[in-house]
Design a protein. Sequence first.
Length: 264
Amino acid sequence: MLALFDGVLAACFLAIFLMPLAALGGGFFALFWRRNWPVAAVFLAVLAAVNAWFIVNRRMIGLLQSGDWPALAALLEERVFQSRVPRSLHVGLLANAYLAASNTDGLAGLEAFIAKRRPRLAARHALAFGIPHLVAADAAAAEAWFAVRLDERGVRDREWVRWNRAFCLVQLHRTAEASTELDTLAGSADPVLAMLSLYLGDACAANDPAAAERTAAGRRALAARVPVERMRRISSEGGGNVEVAVLSDLVGKAEAWLYAGDPA
């Protein structure tokens, strides 16, 4: 795989640099090379750095490709817990490995360790760290956890963290607060997030005709904007968002609801 990658890059590089020779002859090519040799040097340096990274991380890459999550987690635990400065890449991969292996205790321990060692890194991976809270039985504690995360700086996937809090609010029957959040999230550029927000908003709007009409209008608009095939493809791919896979059952129900026909 690495040899193929190197070969493709080398072929592209040679094609670009040999083009003047074929088009304008050897004299111009010599002048071109004298002026642009630093570009070739930078290319070779970058290629060497990429190869070095792949070689150093070949075991980790192999475990990722094979889907051996327990072995991957064991490798990454050494790199994270024994490092003075844990790296974001390793933390994210370890969190995903724990999730793939359904190791919520391991994920909780990782969250506690990173929150103490590198708080900003914990905020960056708040979505993954929040999943055990999201699926736990204590909705009140989960809502409080997500509310705290929303007040932190540097939180990635902030809209999804906000949706998680709204999901907890629905479970707690605090529908007015949930509806306020879901109305905003229904306009998200993320089609899956918008769909889930409308789906939950519909559940909250049972006794509120105005809210029900807003949800119905949003549902029609989203169904018209995103064809069902595209929504299914986005949902299945996940876009790097592990929560979409965790919520696959709810996503499936929301898709069926969204494209069931005009709510009117």
